[in-house]
Design a protein around this ligand. Structure first.
Ligand code: BTN
Length: 321
């Protein structure tokens, strides 16, 4: 067995314990320099081995962001495929949909070269920072109800972050998650609709979470808007894997009972816009309004400046300054 394999096995065995370079050198009868080289070679292979002064080395037990590790956290019967680099996970899932693949096939990526959001906007998806995944759904609902896929997913993201890390995030109607005033997650559901019946044949539910700040800073255009859910720690990849699995599991439960809208309470209670003054753009007309809340069909309840009340199904909303 090669030295690097011996070191990896030992670090794996000791889980979160630190092992000093001196100890490893003595145990395997090699020089400290040979240990250092082997550790670096393991890092190049993708293992997150941390070195802390006066303590030694430790391995992030879940140090690789892959489908296998995500699966190990997963409770729901969802098939995960991991592809390090893709154009867009939604593209891949829509292709699966066209080919008639089975429901719940999920593709997770470490980065996307052409990640997209609503209205054709770019969704910045750098490697080693977030989790970008899409799930193939065959919801058998009328097109008018397909909004609930997105809203259930938004509720699932906030619930997953709460359950795992006790962090309270907010949902900016309809598909964005905010934390500390910054967007940390976007959701895009794209669907193929049967025009005759008005039902959804298949849909790609795409979720992108900025788990950590990117290694290079955010693009100039989104610097003031985008944020991350967590500060980097020793267990970055573990967090990315477990959050992916948790969101999928919670969404799966909501989705099974989509028409019962079991996600609705969470969706409403986490509404970022409720009680705020906003600017609304609809059909090219810009108006100021006050947000009264979210109704039972996930529509935004607003009171316009002219006293008219409306429950909106779709429009562009921004906070008024
Ligand atoms: C938005 O901000 O308007 C929605 C962003 C959705 C991003 C996710 S990441 C996974 C999936 N693939 C994409 O290209 N987009 C979605």
């Amino acid at each position: 067995m090669k030295l690097k394999e011996k070191i990896l096995n030992l670090l794996n065995e000791k889980e979160t314990e630190f092992i000093s370079g001196q100890y490893l050198a003595e145990l395997f009868s090699v020089s400290r320099n040979a240990v250092w080289k082997a550790v670096n070679s393991l890092r190049q292979d993708g293992y997150n081995i941390y070195a802390v002064q006066n303590k030694g080395y430790t391995l992030d037990g879940c140090s690789i962001f892959t489908g296998e590790v995500i699966k190990s956290y997963l409770q729901s019967p969802v098939k995960i495929g991991y592809i390090p680099n893709v154009t867009s996970t939604n593209d891949i899932i829509m292709e699966y949909g066209r080919k008639g693949s089975e429901e719940f096939i999920t593709v997770v990526a470490d980065s996307q070269s052409n990640g997209r959001g609503r209205k054709g906007r770019i969704f910045y998806s750098p490697n080693n920072a977030g989790t970008y995944f899409s799930i193939l759904l065959k919801p058998n609902v009328h097109f008018s109800e397909s909004l609930y896929i997105t809203t259930a997913a938004a509720a699932a993201v906030t619930e997953a972050i709460k359950q795992l890390y006790d962090i309270d995030t907010e949902i900016k109607w309809v598909n964005d998650i905010y934390y500390n005033g910054k967007k940390i997650c976007g959701i895009l559901t794209e669907a193929h609709v049967d025009m005759e019946s008005g039902t959804v044949d298949y849909a790609a539910l795409g979720i992108g979470i900025n788990v950590f700040e990117p290694e290079e800073s955010y693009h100039q255009d989104i610097k003031n808007i985008a944020g991350a859910a967590f500060s980097r720690s020793m267990f970055d990849n573990k967090i990315r894997c477990e959050i992916t699995a948790k969101v999928i599991d919670i969404f799966y439960e909501y989705y099974k009972n989509l028409s019962n809208m079991t996600f609705l309470h969470t969706y409403k209670s986490r509404s970022f816009l409720t009680g705020k003054n906003v600017t609304i753009e609809k059909n090219g007309i810009v108006q100021k309004a006050f947000v009264k809340g979210i109704d039972d069909r996930c529509r935004l309840q607003v009171l316009f400046e002219n006293g008219v009340e409306e429950n909106l199904l779709s429009c562009e909303v921004s906070l008024s300054l």
